[in-house]
Design a protein around this ligand. Structure first.
Ligand SMILES: Cc1cc2nc3c(=O)[nH]c(=O)nc-3n(C[C@H](O)[C@H](O)[C@H](O)COP(=O)(O)OP(=O)(O)OC[C@H]3O[C@@H](n4cnc5c(N)ncnc54)[C@H](O)[C@@H]3O)c2cc1C
Length: 409
């Protein structure tokens, strides 16, 4: 299928962010919109996500993006007549230390500011909602009833279907090979299916987004960092409607997964990859160090087992790992590259790309089209760290530390 000729806007990458951008471009009547995906829609990082969709994030700007995702899901349901299986099971946040109590107080304050419901529960109430959970030593529990999780692949496919229905041309199996620039402006791209002349390009190429930008002489301030989670065998104490659980004291999160417990752990030293080393097909990706996550389990299991004692004996049926793009400050990379007119980036999602997908798509499109916007993209500026060498080991380590510090879901 050809991608040549000219278009008004091009989206590079058919992961959840690219599909959301494409849908938003179509909703704004942006003209001929083409999305190029070298593989299949939603098949890369997106399909590996644990896909927690929490509304209240670590600051107001990220929270606005996440809350917009909830609105996007509601609108997609309307447009497609599909319920999209959003599991609105709520999230429990447990504190068992003064530091985590402060984290919960701040979370509750942010929830209050944006009108999100947040209740304080007793530890006993928490374990009655999540029977697998032991709450000895837990001093405070916050509950956000509107949080939950979703199938990330289905959500990406829904954005894509809705975009296509509004006229977006989605070209799968087409790779963008390079960008052509003239006088500091984007003029077009070269693809594996021909050249396309286009004044507006959205780089939503996931962990590979930095490679396209580097080809244009710009390094994006992020690095692919390993994220991972485990899924236990069937467990009678994980009912389907039980909430997501966030445990800052164990650097862990968990949620139900068809009668099993899915849990993610964050090790003290996360593994970052040189973006050039991430294979195009993630099935070929093998992390050189701790490839099966056993070292992380050894480090983190004792803290997590305090809340989930069955971990000592329950078999683990699945281990899922993948590259999620992190930044040193835990904020996304969303905005225009100041040095390159017409080139917009949606990447560096710091393990929250599913949760913020609706907001990133809408905010970026409103900004790129020069329309009024309720979103503040300033904290996500691609140039906020100044000039970086995104391939340098010291930079990769800073991005890895950004993940290890994360304590939210
Ligand atoms: C283990 C794990 C757990 C996670 N858990 C969560 C979670 O609970 N909640 C949450 O919100 N997020 C979570 N994430 C993060 C989330 O998966 C990502 O933030 C999100 O999927 C990023 O989407 P994307 O569209 O940017 O990238 P991707 O899904 O990787 O899509 C990028 C696409 O670009 C394509 N592409 C690349 N280069 C080119 C090119 N040159 N031409 C054409 N196409 C190209 C690729 O083929 C790919 O399909 C998790 C991630 C992992 C790995």
């Amino acid at each position: 299928m050809t991608a040549s000729g000219s278009a008004d806007a091009l989206v590079i990458g058919g992961g959840i962010l690219g599909c959301s951008i494409a849908w938003n471009l179509a909703r704004q009547g942006a003209g001929r919109v083409v999305l190029c995906e070298r593989g299949e829609v939603g098949a890369a990082t997106t399909s590996r996500a644990a896909a927690l969709v929490s509304g209240v994030r670590s600051d107001a700007a990220q929270t606005a993006l996440a809350l917009e995702t909830r609105r996007a899901v509601a609108e997609l349901r309307e447009e497609l007549g599909d319920d999209l299986a959003l599991h609105e099971v709520g999230s429990l946040h447990l504190a068992a230390s003064p530091e985590s109590e402060r984290t919960l107080e701040e979370l509750s304050g942010r929830a209050r500011k944006c009108g999100e419901p947040c209740e304080w529960l007793t530890p006993a109430e928490a374990s009655s909602r999540a029977p697998w959970l032991r709450t000895v030593g837990v001093t405070r529990v916050a509950y956000l009833p509107r949080d939950g999780f979703i199938d990330p692949y289905l959500l990406a496919a829904a954005y894509a279907r809705a975009a296509r229905a509004r006229g977006v041309e989605i070209r799968t199996g087409v790779e963008v090979l390079g960008i052509s620039i003239e006088g500091g402006r984007i003029r077009g791209v070269t693809t594996s299916a021909g050249d396309l002349s286009v004044p507006l390009v959205f780089d939503a190429a996931g962990p590979w987004a930095g490679l396209l930008a580097a080809g244009a002489g710009e390094h994006l301030p992020m690095a692919p960092v390993r994220s991972h989670y485990w899924i236990t065998a069937q467990h009678g104490d994980v009912p389907a409607g039980s909430p997501v659980v966030v445990l800052p004291d164990a650097a862990a999160y968990a949620r139900p997964e068809v009668g099993r417990l899915l849990f993610g752990l964050r090790e003290s030293t996360s593994i970052a990859l040189d973006p050039r080393a991430v294979p195009a097909d993630l099935a070929d990706l093998r992390f050189e160090s701790d490839p099966d996550g056993w070292e992380t389990l050894e480090e983190c299991a004792p803290a997590f087992a305090r809340f989930f004692p069955a971990l000592e004996h329950i078999p683990l049926e699945h281990y899922v790992s993948g590259p999620s793009s992190y930044t040193p400050d835990g904020r996304h990379v969303v905005g225009r590259l100041p040095s390159l007119d017409g080139f917009w980036v949606a990447a560096g999602c710091c393990g929250a790309g599913i949760a913020v997908s609706g907001g990133v798509g809408r905010a970026l499109v409103l900004a790129a089209l020069g329309l009024d916007s309720p979103f503040d993209l300033e904290p996500f500026r691609p140039d906020r760290f100044g000039s970086v060498d995104a391939f340098e080991p010291a930079w990769l380590a800073r991005c890895a530390a950004g993940r290890s510090r994360k304590r939210s879901g």
